[in-house]
Design a protein around this ligand. Sequence first.
Ligand code: GAP
Length: 462
Amino acid sequence: MSNQPTIEEIVSLCKRRGFVFPSSEIYGGFAAVYDYGSYGVELENNIKKAWWKYMVQVREDIVGLDSSIFMSPRIWEASGHVGGFSDPLAECKKCHARLRVDHLLEEAGVMADEKMSEEEINKLFSENKAKIKCPTCGAQDFSDVKKFNLLVKSNLGNFTEDWNKEPVYLRGETCQGIYVNFKNVLDSSRVKIPFGIAQVGKAFRNEITARQFIFRTREFEQMEMQYFTNPADEMTAYEKLREYRWNFYLAELGFKAENLKWHQHENLVFYAKEAYDIEFNYPFGFKELEGVHARGDYDLTQHTKFSGKELSYTDPFTNEKYIPHIIESSVGVGRTVLAAICDAYTQEETAGGEKRVVLKFKPSLAPVKVAVFPLMKNKPELVAKAKEIFDVLKMEFMCEFDDNGNVGKRYRRQDEIGTPYCVTVDFESLEDGAVTVRDRDTMTQERIKIAELQKYFGEKLK
Ligand code: GAP
């Protein structure tokens, strides 16, 4: 039985079990935006918690930040987003689908460089048109390619005075808030170079084609860490960061090594020293999960130029003065949620010949850690005992009380949510003070004394 799910199976499971819903569904949906349901939000939070612990809490050299979504529009000019943050767009003349030309070229085995001008990409596109079909209708007739800016514009301020004077933008990436707070952090905390600033927050992009579920959305969350180094130490720090980030997926999220690989960028932007992506084996192939990039002094130099404020650093021991070089780790929460679900997704046949789908999450990621059932819902004494156990365990672990359907059905449901342990209270429990604990992965069951459950789960879920 194949354990590589299709994207349709993942979308269906996410909707059916309350992980992810299409946004504004009762109004016919809203393209490329998604809502997270009760289990989705638990999974998201567990991922963000693991990231924060790994990137901030256990690191003496990294501090946190929560910068605003609205920022001065000058920031987006300095960063190059106003002038150059664009994707090449063409329209299918038959079905009018709007298509990312670099993606169409890539699928046809032709690499497009993101620095290419509109003229250059038009030339490359027309040279390869014979190999390209519209993914929606199969036609081969396309409009000219236009570069389409991805920044999302908004209005802010007093309607009569400020609107339309100049656009403000919803932030296109969270790291710009980090760069512009570099001096504030330096002056207010006890950090010295090398040090990092980390933040988790929303970003917004006018993505052209957003077809791959929560892989590419117009509103998404990023977990970014920018590490400020002496120019001489940039590449050593970069190699360390690459190794550190790779281990995050294996050790902290429990992903399978075969689902991850490195991809080195061949066409670097002019300021970058080196750029690698960690790719995950999604149902539609290996695609970027995270970027780990060495950005040189570009960011702080640009913000110095545009703000007029010097963003250099003077080493307190050597008096050496320099613009710090930055290495970054940047990953989307949604892409990690999707990777976690795909990595955990397992289809099995039980000894009894029954098929089951189970999300074998690392317990720390599982949305629910323990589900508590009374064997029968119409036996008040069983329900009362199960509630009593639930009320104790819920103070320590994310728990769920479930008395719907029969126990077999509850197991199937909890398997699809990825709950590591189920506790069943039966008639014997009322006599011997013990319950049946069922393990999600092995499906083995053991009797555990009710008084020992907290200790038992404390150890199992450590
Ligand atoms: N600060 C660098 C930066 O933002 P990026 O490659 O554009 O670089 C970094 O984005 C990460 O953010 C990606 O690796 C991906 O995980 C996530 N990401 C980017 N665009 C996304 C989108 N439209 N939807 C979901 N996640 C996205």
